[in-house]
Design a protein around this ligand. Structure first.
Ligand SMILES: NC(=O)c1ccc[n+]([C@@H]2O[C@H](COP(=O)([O-])OP(=O)(O)OC[C@H]3O[C@@H](n4cnc5c(N)ncnc54)[C@H](O)[C@@H]3O)[C@@H](O)[C@H]2O)c1
Length: 328
């Protein structure tokens, strides 16, 4: 008898991280169903064999339909821009918190035991942590509606496991980068903007003195963490282990200053552009670096892509996009 392949629902599968994840899961022989409202994601990038449902993650009927017959869920759908969440406070709350609850409730109702859920939390829950590196016992102190909703999702994640038997893992992503991040979006991360500018010979301006630090984690390593987390929950479910909730940092454990990032990109592109400094951006966190020990212990993986290697892949992809745009 032919073995049925593992069918996974990916919410937000048309976004930056979701597109990489869907390709990796299909390459690993899994069946992928996507639920995405295409508000920021693009259908064009997803693998042809994925089944795309266009719908809202906070709509209980759409989520219940999308979850029928799946073996696991990876929930990434969110308004991922802190700035946009500030402007659209209640709307982003509906997607970022009600959407997460809607997924967990549908996972509870779809099967016995419930369907396991791995979902995207964020390092934004920590706010400006006083001690570094930030580990999972660091007291959360979000500084934005976006971070508050991710933290709220984690508190419901605990209830989902304890009260409703929904095994779930919240992955606290630090600063994710890689090919496919849109540098033209006003909400794009510092890496894709700097890479695009330096890659096309333009100068860059750093907000503040450039000594602020971040933990930049390559998207391929984030995908490995997502897949390993779901694999772990599915294994526990097969062994009839009780549903639990875990929060895990997804980070490299290395702090990189924004100046070092810009200089590395300038070296890699061979650019002679100027790196200038402007006024600091209000509300920016000074330092952020994660402790990756728990990720290694629970998931058995490390974020192993070196910054230069990840940046080279990003620059190659941006170069290819520019070439195609010029040719077309
Ligand atoms: N990129 C990062 O550095 C980072 C860091 C921490 C956490 N995260 C989290 O990781 C997840 C993925 O982030 P990303 O960078 O790929 O973002 P993204 O914006 O590229 O992808 C989000 C996807 O969700 C979809 N979406 C938005 N609202 C929806 C709704 N109401 N219903 C259905 N789909 C909806 C969008 O169309 C998009 O395809 C998000 O939950 C984000 O908060 C990202």
């Amino acid at each position: 008898m032919e073995e049925r392949s593992n069918t996974i629902l990916v919410t937000g599968g048309c976004g930056f991280i979701g597109t990489h994840l869907c390709h990796a899961m299909i390459n690993a022989g899994q069946k992928v169903r996507i639920l995405d409202d295409l508000s920021s994601g693009k259908a064009a990038g997803v693998p042809e064999s994925a089944d795309l449902i266009v719908g809202d993650v906070a709509d209980p009927e759409a989520v219940a339909d999308a979850m029928a017959g799946v073996d696991g869920v990876i929930h990434l759908a969110a308004i991922a821009s802190v700035e946009l969440c500030n402007r659209a406070w209640v709307r982003s709350h509906r997607t970022n918190l009600t959407g997460t609850l809607t997924v967990m409730e549908a996972a509870r109702d779809a099967a016995r035991p419930a369907i396991p859920v791995v979902w995207a939390s964020s390092a934004a829950i920590y706010g400006a942590a006083r001690t570094l590196p930030i580990n999972e016992r660091t007291v959360p102190s979000p500084m934005s509606p976006y971070g508050a909703d991710k933290l709220g999702g984690e508190q419901h994640g605990l209830a989902a496991a304890d009260i409703f038997g929904v095994a779930n893992t919240a992955l606290r992503f630090f600063n994710v980068y890689g090919p496919g991040q849109d540098p033209h979006s006003p909400y794009s991360g510092v890496i894709s903007i700097f890479a695009e500018r330096l890659g096309s010979g333009q100068d860059v301006t750093i907000n503040g003195d450039g000594q602020q630090t971040r933990d930049f984690v390559y998207v391929g390593d984030v995908v490995r963490a997502l897949m390993a987390s779901l694999d772990r929950l599915q294994r526990r479910r097969r062994l009839d282990q009780p549903a639990g909730f875990d929060a895990i940092n997804v980070c490299t454990g290395h702090a990189v200053t924004v100046t070092a990032l810009a200089e590395t990109l300038r070296d890699l592109t061979g650019s002679t552009a100027t790196i200038a400094y402007g006024p600091p951006r209000e509300g920016d966190i000074r330092d952020s670096v994660g402790d990756a020990a728990r990720m290694q212990r629970l998931l058995g993986i490390r974020a192993e892509t070196r910054l230069e290697e990840g940046l080279t892949r990003l620059l190659d992809a941006q170069g290819e996009t520019r070439r195609l745009a010029t040719a077309g």
